[in-house]
Design a binder for this molecule. Structure first.
Ligand code: ADP
Ligand code: MG
Length: 368
């Protein structure tokens, strides 16, 4: 069995606290935050002003030193890095912050070129690469303009071009589309999506822009220095789609279904693998997303397949509801993808959702 494939961890945060000021004036801005972000994920951060979003982004970006807790980027701990090591870590990152820090004396193209000069791109290609990047933010005709001759939105787009031109492994962005018109905002959204999909770029972005929310994988909500929720959007939608085809879930309201889907994990099994074994302690509930399995019971000293399960079928509920060992073995025929719910989340869902409870007692009656 494996968890979802291609899940290389990009950002691992644990027990993160942060304080501003000292003595009586000390104020805590972040409280015990944990977060794991994978390669290629687009994560949105939302939350009221003052909730700690910018503080968290600047800590992840090694723009501020860590005080308490841990942040690892691709396995490297940021806590205790020397200033020089922080600079070298920042080479992997693209920053899009509100104060865009363009150099006034340089043209748009020269501002973008500056970022390329730190890389392995051959010198002769600098202008070609810079022009292409300016083109993709819709500024081909402004390449030779200096910042003072550009509008606020155009300056923001130059800053975005500069942040993205090196295809950084991680992009940290603070309200990057707030100053942009509709079309430029949409261009930036598709750029971010292209980088995430084709280059495995991880994106963490503070925004209330619904277009970005539409391409995001997760929404992390912050309140008063705490991450209060972390929703995997696409996965949740896919899981809801499967659950709706499943007889026990089909009468559930969308919000009940979303509650359950949010707590489910995806697991993969090869052909002819046992997903659960008779006699084991039951710790999960399973819904089949794809593939087929056999339910196998003991019979006359041997074993016998008594039922075939496929997409939208579920199993594993009896042991959880009765607090007994597994009463059968479930084996895959072909490779299988399942969504699982931990025992704790399963029992909470049964208790919390009347229609689920009714469906589960019906299932128990039929199967035991
Ligand atoms: P957000 O980006 O969600 O608006 P911030 O991370 O900017 O939140 O701020 C979180 C808290 O930390 C707020 O109470 C803010 O007043 C405080 N804060 C942020 N930056 C500083 C600073 N440089 N000095 C003192 N307090 C700060
Ligand atoms: Mg902020």
């Amino acid at each position: 069995m494996s968890q979802s494939p291609n899940r290389e961890v990009a950002i691992q945060i644990s027990g993160l606290n942060h304080y501003y000021g000292s003595g009586d004036a000390q104020k805590q801005a972040l409280y015990e935050n944990d977060l794991t972000v994978h390669r290629g994920e687009i994560v949105i951060m939302t939350g009221p002003s003052g909730s700690g979003k910018t503080t968290l982004l600047t800590l992840i970006g090694a723009l501020r030193s860590l005080q308490e807790g841990s942040i690892q980027l691709w396995g490297t701990e940021l806590s205790g890095l020397s200033p020089l090591q922080q600079v070298s870590m920042r080479r992997n990152l693209g920053f899009i912050f509100q104060a865009h820090n363009l150099l006034d004396g340089l043209t748009a193209r020269q501002n973008v070129r500056m970022a390329i000069e730190l890389t392995k791109v051959p010198r002769g290609d600098y202008d070609k690469v810079a022009n292409a990047m300016l083109g993709s933010v819709g500024l081909s005709d402004r390449a030779t303009y200096k910042p003072r001759n550009l509008s606020g939105g155009q300056r923001q787009r130059v800053a975005i071009a500069r942040a993205l031109v090196n295809k950084p492994k991680l992009i940290l962005a603070d309200e990057p589309t707030a100053a942009l018109d509709k079309e430029s905002g949409a261009n930036v959204v598709s750029l971010l999506r292209e980088l995430a999909q084709n280059h495995g770029t991880t994106v963490m972005i503070v925004t209330h822009d619904s277009r970005i929310i539409n391409v995001a994988d997760r929404i992390v909500n912050m309140v008063d220095g705490h991450i209060v929720s972390d929703v995997r959007i696409k996965e949740t939608m896919v899981i809801c789609g499967i659950l709706k085809k499943c007889s026990v879930f089909k009468d559930m309201s969308p919000s009940d279904l979303t509650d359950i889907a949010q707590n489910m994990s995806e697991e993969h099994f090869e052909a002819e693998e046992d997903i659960i074994k008779k006699g084991e302690i039951g710790d999960k509930f399973y819904v089949i997303a794809s593939g087929t399995t056999d339910i196998i019971i003991d019979s006359d000293g041997g074993t016998r397949a008594v039922a075939k399960l496929g997409e939208g079928d579920f199993f594993g509920e009896v042991a959880l509801l009765k607090d007994q060992p597994r009463n059968a073995t479930v084996t895959t025929r072909k490779p299988v993808v399942v969504y699982t719910l931990s025992k704790e989340n399963f029992l909470a869902a049964v208790k919390g959702h009347k229609s689920f409870e009714d469906q589960m007692s019906g299932a128990l009656f039929n199967r035991s």
